[in-house]
Design a protein around this ligand. Structure first.
Ligand code: GDP
Ligand code: MG
Length: 297
């Protein structure tokens, strides 16, 4: 099996088995009764697809002249589709900033992303430990750097995150590395300062690479449902995001949250986390995602 591709089916098994398997069997059953429609509505909402989106999906199913199952699949693919490409600049280094609330999976995602970019694009990577709030956060990123063969730039705990990012980008320039990935803090109780801190990191890296950051990826934990959506909206208001990473899809039956977040934020989902290890990670594909929801065991 290829290193990347084909992991959606396993990662989405909880969502499939809890809700979509049933939707599949109802829609395959032929003519839809009022009860069938009500049950589909309940199942979609239970999977964390918003009420408005559920209503849109139901009218597509009811109005279609072709097969309702294919129509639902098509509608979901349309809702989830977006540009997943990474914005590699003509002149390296590329700067990727990874933001999100504590515990959503930022540091883990950075390890996976470093591995992915290194394997898929043959690019050399620098990881920047700009979550300087906890010593453990710095150590955790260091382990991912060792695992993935990336260079690692950190300062002492409590130091200025902007200075860490600045040093990392300078290091990449000086040593000819292709990509800098910046890990950031996610302490929500100091939300106002967090957003300032993130914007400061972004301003500081511009001093070396004027068009940086080339990507600002917001990590959202799928298991936090509507709460995760509210957090994501706050980040969107405060920081210029280029893409979403939805993590822990393997840990929830409510994978429909991906549809809701994409629709409400209007930002493409670029990657998904489907487990805790280095390779439990995929470039997002609306087609594979939707296909996995309806695939038979
Ligand atoms: P951070 O605080 O945002 O940096 O989050 P971490 O990267 O430290 O991750 C928090 C926890 O979530 C860790 O125990 C990770 O192993 C776990 N985690 C991260 N991504 C995934 C995922 O896609 N699936 C699962 N099941 N666990 C994940
Ligand atoms: Mg972290």
């Amino acid at each position: 099996m290829a290193l990347f591709g084909g992991k959606f089916k396993k990662g989405l098994s909880k969502t499939r088995n809890s809700f979509f398997k049933r939707i599949f069997s109802i829609l395959r059953g032929g003519k839809l009764s009022k009860e069938d429609i009500e049950e589909i509505e309940e199942l979609l909402i239970s999977a964390d697809i918003s009420i408005e989106t559920t209503e849109k999906l139901l009218s597509r199913i009811l109005e279609t002249k072709s097969d309702p199952l294919s129509e639902l699949e098509k509608a979901l693919v349309e809702l989830l589709s977006g540009d997943t490409s990474l914005n590699f600049p003509a002149i390296p280094p590329m700067v990727v900033s990874v933001v999100g609330v504590n515990g959503t999976g930022k540091t883990t995602t950075i390890g996976k992303l470093a591995h992915y970019i290194n394997k898929e694009y043959k690019k050399s990577i620098v990881l920047a430990a700009a979550d300087t709030f906890r010593a453990a956060a710095i150590d955790q990123l260091k382990i991912w750097a060792q695992r993935t063969g990336a260079d690692f730039i950190a300062h002492q705990m409590g130091s200025d995150p902007g200075a860490v990012a600045y040093d990392a980008v300078n290091h990449a320039k000086a040593t000819g590395k292709d990509v800098v990935i910046i890990d950031t803090a996610g302490r929500l109780h100091t939300k106002f300062n967090l957003m300032n801190e993130l914007n400061k990191i972004h301003r500081v890296v511009k001093k070396i690479v004027p068009d940086a950051p080339h990507e600002v990826l917001l990590v959202v934990d799928a298991t936090t449902g509507q709460n995760g959506l509210v957090q994501a909206q706050k980040f969107k208001e405060a920081v210029e995001l280029t893409g979403l990473v939805i993590t822990k899809l393997d840990g929830t039956a409510k994978g429909g949250i991906a549809v809701t977040i994409k629709e409400k934020l209007g930002i493409p989902i670029k990657f998904v986390g489907l487990g805790e290890s280095l390779e439990d990670f995929e470039v997002f594909s609306a087609e594979s995602f939707v296909k996995s929801l309806f695939e038979e065991a």
